[in-house]
Design a protein around this ligand. Structure first.
Ligand code: PDD
Length: 283
């Protein structure tokens, strides 16, 4: 019996994953020269698609790549990809690389970008993780200084995430020069004296779509909110710390570097904002 291969999109065609092929000279493979997005899909409805497309455009511009499709074309193609999957809740991944060319660092001329999309089942945190929170470890942020671009060059993030895996934690929360930045694949928010404190969206963190969604529901719930840099000392002494991402939604941190954090349970501000966040998702 042959296993059915999920349908993916590659350069203009929908094909079984097993048949999707690119050249080994693709600059994504050789240099990690590409940008990407991950969009959560609830009941076949993408969440905040316009914001993900706007961030993709910003990433493409930031690395000097032409836009291979209009927003309308992205929408049509992603809608078809979603429809072709047998499951309703999905994580759609799409990436653009600079294309296939003889190895040379300089941008190649007259080359078509490679466009790839796939969709996997959306695996959200378990009920236990939502109710009890999750463990993180901390590390010095040693990535490059354009963390605002969502590029496929993720070795720095990969090495950071591995630190967490080796400590049985879900994420590595990073600090740069004494200030909180983000985690290996999520943003980090703090609650200090009842106020949600969010690190500013500068070049040292990814401007998270879930970060924005979380701040919006925080505001709407009447919880005090400020966007400002957070020192390591403040973060470590915060009442609550949260992770946010498209696949984690908003999640409380209850263990840091092997020790219980805060009350050791998700805090009251988290519970309020989590409930408000759930209410904004497509049903
Ligand atoms: N990661 N920071 C980093 C470094 C990330 O990789 C991500 C998302 C985020 C959160 O962004 P958003 O809320 O837009 O998902 C912050 C995705 C999920 C990934 O690479 O799989």
């Amino acid at each position: 019996m042959t296993e059915t291969s999920p349908i993916v999109y590659l350069n203009g065609a929908f094909v079984p994953l097993a048949d999707a092929r690119i050249s080994v000279l693709d600059r994504g493979f050789i240099y990690g020269d590409g940008v990407y997005e991950v969009v959560p899909v609830y009941q076949r409805q993408p969440f905040r698609m316009a914001q993900h497309l706007a961030r993709l455009a910003r990433s493409l511009d930031g690395v000097g790549m032409a836009h291979p499709m209009t927003d309308a074309q992205w929408m049509t193609t992603i809608t078809e990809l979603i429809a072709r999957q047998p499951f309703a809740d999905q994580a759609v991944y799409f990436q653009v690389t600079r294309g296939v060319a003889k190895r040379d660092h300089a941008f190649p001329k007259g080359v078509e970008p490679t466009v790839f999309m796939m969709s996997n089942p959306l695996v959200l945190p378990s009920q236990g993780q939502v109710e009890r929170g999750v463990a993180v470890v901390t590390a010095e942020d040693n990535r490059w200084h354009r963390c605002d671009l969502k590029t496929t060059s993720l070795l720095g993030n990969v090495l950071m995430r591995q630190l967490a895996v080796e400590a049985n934690a879900v994420e590595t929360v990073m600090f740069r020069d004494g200030y909180l930045t983000e985690a290996s694949a999520s943003n980090v928010l703090a609650v200090i004296d009842g106020t949600v404190v969010a690190p500013p969206k500068d070049h040292l963190i990814l401007p998270g779509i879930t970060y924005d969604a979380t701040l919006e529901v925080t505001r709407a719930a009447g919880v005090p909110l400020v966007v400002r840099p957070v020192t390591r000392a403040e973060a470590m002494a915060a009442d609550e710390l949260w992770l946010s991402s498209s696949t984690k939604e908003v999640l409380a941190i209850t263990t840091v570097d092997g020790k219980p954090f805060g009350a050791g349970m998700p805090g009251p501000v988290f519970r309020k904002v989590y409930a408000a966040f759930q209410a904004t998702k497509p049903h």
